[in-house]
Every structure is written in C-alpha cells, then in structure tokens.
Design a protein around this ligand. Structure first.
Ligand SMILES: Cc1cc2nc3c(=O)[nH]c(=O)nc-3n(C[C@H](O)[C@H](O)[C@H](O)COP(=O)(O)OP(=O)(O)OC[C@H]3O[C@@H](n4cnc5c(N)ncnc54)[C@H](O)[C@@H]3O)c2cc1C
Length: 394
C-alpha cells in the first residue's frame, strides 16, 4: 500500500493520553510495539513550588507495582506523592474502625497522588516507539476487517490494527464505534477542596459516613490535604460558590474534629455518575479506563480499575505479538472483555451497595451500618480482608 505524507501506518492508535491511555502507550511501546497517542492537551509541567492539583487519586498497591515495572512510579517519587499507612471509617468519631498496613505486613496501604503528576510521570518515559499527536483530536473513524483508520482534525490519517479509546467518561471514540452505555447520575455530587492543615504530614486517610453522604480526608505532602464532601448536588453547588474563607467556616462546622483548624486553598465540585459501556470493544476499537466505566469515587477505585484494564489489555496484545497473531483480533478483545467487565461491574455494584447503606437515614439501614462497623471494629480477620481488598491484592 502506498502512503501519503499525512498518512501513518502504525501498530496501535490510542486516543486519550490521561493516566490510563498513557500507561497503555508506555507498556506497549516498551514491548517494541509502535503506538500513536492522540491527546487534546499535554500534562502541565511540574513545579515544586506550585499548589497541588485539585484532582487527586488514591493509588493502590497493585497499581503501584505495575507503574513501578513501567518505570513511571520512580519518576513520580521524584515529584510529589503521599503514602498512607492507615485507613479509617466511622460514623461517630468515638467509634473508629482502623485498617493498618502493619496488619497485612506492608509498609503502606496506598498513596495519594495528583492525577496530573502521575500522567506526567508516564509521559516522561515515552521513547521512540510512541508517536505523539498533541494537541490533536479525532474527526472520524472507519473500520474494515483488517484495520481501523482515524482521521485527525489536522487532516492526518492513522491506520492501525487496533484503536484503544482511553478518552475518558464522555468518550468520543466510544460513540464513533457505536457502543452504547448504561448508567445513571447519583443524586449526590462531591466537593473537593485543597486544604492547609495545622498538622505535619499525616499518614491516615479517613472517611466519616453521615446520612447526607460521606466526608473524607486524604493526606497530601507536608501540611496539606484534600477533603471530599459528598452531599445533595444542590448543596454541593452552593458550597462550591463560596469564597475559600466562607467554605473554611462551613467545613470546620460540618467535618469531625480531627480535621483540625484547616484553611481552604481552593475547591471545585464534580457530579457523580455510574456508567458501564454495553461492551468493551466493537470491531477493532477497544475501550479502557473511564471510557469503559465510571464508578462512584467513594472508595477511590476508578483509576485503579482503569490500570487493571490497561495491564490486562497490554499483556494480551504483547502475547499476541510474540506469537505473531493479530493484535486487534476479535478473540483477543473478547478475552479482554470477558475478564475485565465482570470484575469492574462487581466493584461498581459493591460501591452502590455502600452508597445505599451508608448514605441515608432509613432506620434499618442505619442499624445495619452500625452493626457492620462494630463487627469490623472487633474482627481482626475482617479488617485484614478489607485492608487486602483496599490495596488491590485480593
Ligand atoms: C472526585 C473524584 C475523585 C476520584 N478519586 C479517585 C481515587 O481516589 N482513586 C481512583 O482510583 N480514582 C478516583 N477517581 C476516578 C479517576 O479520576 C478516573 O477513573 C480517572 O481519571 C480515569 O482516567 P482515564 O485516563 O481513563 O480518563 P481521563 O482521566 O478522563 O483522561 C482522558 C484523557 O483523554 C483526553 N481526551 C478526551 N477526549 C479526547 C479526544 N476526543 N481526543 C483526544 N484526547 C481526548 C483528555 O484530555 C484526557 O487527558 C476520582 C474521580 C472523581 C470525579
């Protein structure tokens, strides 16, 4: 086949270079597979003096292990991240259930990282096998039995064996591939705020369950932290419109005393939606990360599920290439969907159960959650199981 200057034949095209798309590009490129990465905007450069990004994620040990193998975790450690050793859940501050890293013989349970920095740490590892198209976006997708073709807004054409859509919850590629979704918007939304705390760097992340929704604290490097305040969407929007000083007053009133005399630096709010793509592939287009599923962020699992998608999908592709098989075959994509869709659905349903039991004031449910928390507080075995689940190892 002859190619024009604006036509590129490449093994795999990935649309979306966020945390999940960038991890896929890196894993495939390190295995010698040539990828094109199409992204609307590059991650901002790291500036040690700048305030942390408002969008932070709790990264579990399973994701950390994979990102370490890719070499990006080491780059992130050179920038900014905060480990935590303890995870606490409670309704009343006097009856805290605590899960500790030492209970499962680990040095930590996870890290709180800034999304932008994790994305940057992945981008910094790209070598010659990653061809970046950024800033760029897609205007059309065409597929035939042997390849998938992307037309970019720039007029360039990318012809690949497989296109991976990692372009987030509102995935344009998912729509272009004709894949529908199931889901709903939760009645709660969440406010996220960066706060200065009166304490030195903390090693604990905690979550208080209240009838109007959870209130959570995530530690950040130094004396900073991130708070997540779930409530009715209208209340969250009102809070988000307040000045930092006004929001500080509301926060100190509503949060349990261990938050301390915090000061809000800045804040934003996010709607909460559950979304599950009807299928994870169509023809030679595969979905990964938030393009395939979004989950209530209650237990900080969203991008960890996305990394689990990315790890499996790249392993299947690398194995197919090693055996000279088609890297975009239906068999490969079916196997990916068969393994990841039930696992993601299980986690989404578990979070919905949590949301129902812990997020309202119906008497039987209030009793159920008090019982659950008091059983958890007394059972070492249960606490160990929960801690293992949280780190992503079992
Ligand atoms: C309040 C909140 C708290 C959360 N906390 C946690 C947590 O503690 N732990 C956790 O695991 N998860 C958490 N999550 C979920 C997590 O943020 C997402 O799962 C994660 O960002 C998904 O990553 P992604 O790479 O799949 O998608 P995205 O982060 O959405 O990245 C998509 C990328 O694609 C690019 N893009 C989009 N469209 C196009 C296009 N047409 N062309 C080119 N590029 C495009 C975008 O610019 C972006 O870079 C939280 C989410 C929220 C809302």
């Amino acid at each position: 086949m002859t190619t024009t200057a604006s036509e590129h034949n490449i093994d795999i095209s990935i649309v979306g270079g966020g945390m999940v798309g960038a991890a896929i590009a890196l894993a495939l490129s390190q295995a010698g597979i040539r990828v094109a990465l199409i992204e609307k905007q590059p991650p901002a450069e790291f500036n040690a003096g700048s305030a942390p990004d408002l969008r932070v994620s709790s990264i579990n040990l399973a994701s950390e292990a994979w990102l370490t193998r890719l070499g990006s975790w080491q780059a992130l450690e050179q920038m900014r991240l905060c480990p935590y050793q303890r995870l606490q859940a409670f309704e009343q501050p006097h009856s805290i259930v605590s899960f500790n890293a030492v209970d499962i013989k680990r040095s930590h349970l996870g890290h709180i990282v800034e999304n932008n920095l994790l994305q940057l740490a992945l981008w910094q590892q790209f070598g010659a096998n990653v061809q970046l198209f950024c800033p760029a976006s897609v205007s059309a997708l065409q597929q035939n039995a042997d390849s998938a073709t992307l037309l970019l807004d720039s007029g360039e054409t990318l012809i690949s064996k497989l296109v991976i859509a990692a372009d987030g919850a509102n995935s344009q590629l998912r729509q272009l591939a004709g894949i529908g979704t199931n889901g709903w918007q939760y009645r709660q939304a969440c406010l996220v705020a960066l706060v200065n705390t009166p304490y030195p760097q903390q090693d604990v992340t905690w979550q208080q369950f209240t009838p109007t929704g959870p209130k959570a604290f995530l530690p950040l490097p130094g004396n900073q932290g991130s708070i997540v305040w779930y409530d009715e969407a209208t209340r969250v929007k009102q809070l988000a419109a307040l000045s930092p000083a006004q929001l500080t007053q509301e926060l100190v009133k509503a949060f349990p005393a261990q938050i301390g005399a915090v000061e809000v630096v800045n804040s934003s709010w996010f709607p909460l939606a559950r979304m599950d793509a009807n299928r994870y592939y169509a023809g030679r287009v595969a979905l990964a990360g938030d393009a395939a599923h979004t989950i209530n962020p209650l237990a900080g699992q969203g991008v960890n599920l996305g990394f689990a998608d990315a790890k499996l999908l790249t392993e299947l592709i690398i194995d197919a290439r090693r055996h000279n098989n088609d890297i975009g075959s239906e068999q490969l994509l079916r196997s990916y969907q068969r393994k990841r869709k039930p696992a993601n659905l299980l986690m989404m349903s578990a979070m919905d159960g949590f949301y129902q039991v812990f997020g309202n004031d119906i008497t039987p449910l209030r009793k159920l959650r008090q019982l659950a928390l008091s059983v958890a507080a007394r059972s070492t075995m249960l606490k160990t199981l929960v801690a293992r689940y949280a780190v992503g190892s079992e």
